[in-house]
Design a binder for this molecule. Structure first.
Ligand code: ATP
Ligand code: MN
Length: 477
């Protein structure tokens, strides 16, 4: 009963072989030509039926979306568009799809409509191509780190420390929200909760990865992370997958070298292995661009954009230099930025990041040495006493794709910083232990996997590169 995949059939079937194929009907023309797709490839297999010999009841059930199993002979195709086709000798309708009800008809559907049909949208060319590229990228991530001597580290999903994500975490609790146990002061008594303390879903596996890097040397996480930030943008999800390498004995320069090489290698991998899907996505993007005003169009086709990233070094610029460039930029002088650049010390907004990448440098940019005030407590303080060894990688169309740093390895500097920020040392006793026992220079970064998939596929909205997106007010499916 094993069927051949359409991908392998199209690549290696010999003529006049008899094969069984299963898939879903994309279209059925002239009561004769079935375009069958099984998800193994973008291409459909043309299956030709002889309607005069077929039971009209069965024929009636061959509609877009129906699942079929067909047996037939591989023959040269008469029609254009394909070299071979299947001359069907027997056909079984496994599952019907009533055309009055099945939402995914062979016509152009909007992305918004397809988001409401997230359980069916993978049966379209666009979403199947995106998800195949996503899968290939995930494989390339593991392949890259494994070949570079990293160990795959599973960070906990439920965390007891809220040092990093104050305010934007999802609480994990089994307490009854209607009548939670209360302390004598009248606040919720989390001692009675499942873990005996407040717990949340993780916003990052970094702190735990640091512990493992200081023993395994080089580790990386690749798992789900959660942020309860109410930012309804095309680049933010409430649940997303993050890749976080953490390396003992790496300084900031080594960290930047690794991040750049890593991104270039995984993009090269899909250029090599996902050509057909990328070509399709490139055409899709060109069509979409045509409907945009001239000024908003991207001037580069998708694959050119990917090669643009793999074929040249990223531009490395300090935060201070970037502020100078932005302060003197045309949009800043003409007051075109929504957030004007006042001076040194402010955080960059996505409009500034995109100006640097898309207009000024016209290549991926690594910004480093940010003001300490706008970055997390664990980043290593520079000798100037006011900047930290942070780095962000900025990409065209996306903005920030990577955020990373060299970590503060000096116990006294770290505890001073935590005191100043009001972070409880008792909460992070184990994190401080890493500085008490065998501390060493170390670094790491976080890359949002969906932002990488967005860049690689040219999809405009991050909700369209993850199977079932979680965003504010939306957790259907
Ligand atoms: P942003 O400023 O874009 O919100 P961030 O500074 O909060 O990003 P980090 O905390 O440094 O991001 O997280 C590391 C990486 O994770 C980011 O560079 C980005 O690629 C990704 N990322 C962060 N937040 C989200 C989100 N809500 N949805 C998807 N990816 C995200
Ligand atoms: Mn954020």
């Amino acid at each position: 009963m094993k069927s051949s995949s359409i991908k392998s059939l199209l690549e290696e079937a010999t003529l006049h072989q008899e094969l069984t194929v299963s898939g879903w009907v994309r279209t059925f023309r002239s009561n004769r030509f079935i375009a069958l797709n099984d998800g193994s490839t973008l291409q459909n297999l043309q299956c030709v039926v002889d309607f005069e010999k077929m039971d009209p009841e069965v024929l009636r059930k061959i509609n877009t979306g129906a699942a079929l199993r067909v047996v037939g002979e591989v023959v040269p195709s008469q029609g254009r568009g394909q070299k071979i086709e299947l001359q069907v000798s027997s056909l079984q309708v496994l599952g019907e799809a009533n055309p009055e009800q099945y939402p995914i008809q062979p016509k152009k559907h909007s992305m918004e409509f397809l988001r409401e049909q997230a359980h069916l949208r993978v049966r379209t060319n666009t979403f199947s191509a995106v998800m195949r590229v996503r899968s290939a990228l995930a494989f390339a991530v593991h392949q890259y780190f494994t070949s570079e001597g990293f160990y795959y580290f599973h960070a906990p999903i439920i965390t007891g420390s809220d040092a990093e994500g104050a305010g934007e975490m999802f609480r994990v609790s089994v307490l009854d929200p209607k009548s939670p146990p209360l302390t004598p002061e009248g606040t919720v008594d989390f001692k009675e909760d499942f873990f005996g303390k407040e717990t949340n879903l993780t916003v990052s596996g970094q702190l735990e990865a640091e512990a493992y890097a200081m023993g395994l040397g080089k580790v990386y996480t690749f798992g789900p992370t959660f942020r309860a930030e109410n930012s309804n943008t095309s680049r933010h999800l409430a649940e997303f997958w993050m890749i976080e390498p953490e390396m003992a004995f790496y300084d900031l320069d080594a960290n930047m070298d690794l991040a750049e090489d890593f991104i270039q290698q995984v993009i090269r991998y899909i250029l090599e292995h996902c050509q057909e899907d990328l070509e399709f996505l490139e055409k899709r993007l060109l069509d979409e661009e045509k409907s945009k005003p001239q000024t908003e169009r991207s001037d580069m086709p998708l694959m050119e954009k990917l090669r643009f990233v793999t074929d040249q070094p990223f531009k490395r610029v300090s935060y201070t230099e970037a502020i100078d460039i932005l302060k003197n930029s045309k949009p800043n002088k003409k007051k075109k930025f929504q957030y004007p650049i006042e001076g040194w010390g402010t955080d960059l907004q996505s409009e500034h990041e995109r100006y640097l990448v898309e207009k000024h440098f016209k290549c991926p940019v690594i910004l480093f040495n940010y003001p300490a005030e706008i970055k997390a407590f664990y980043m290593r303080l520079n000798e100037d006493g006011k900047t930290v060894r942070a780095m962000d990688i900025l990409f065209p169309g996306i903005g920030e794709i990577v955020g990373g740093s060299q970590r503060e390895e000096r116990l006294d500097v770290l505890t001073d910083k935590m005191k100043a920020l009001g972070i409880d040392e008792k909460e992070l006793w184990w994190y401080l232990d890493l500085r008490r026992f065998g501390t060493a220079v170390h670094s790491g970064f976080g890359l949002g996997f969906e932002r990488l998939v967005q860049f690689a596929t040219g999809m405009g909205n991050i909700r369209d590169v993850i199977p079932f997106p979680r965003t504010p007010q939306n957790a259907e499916f």
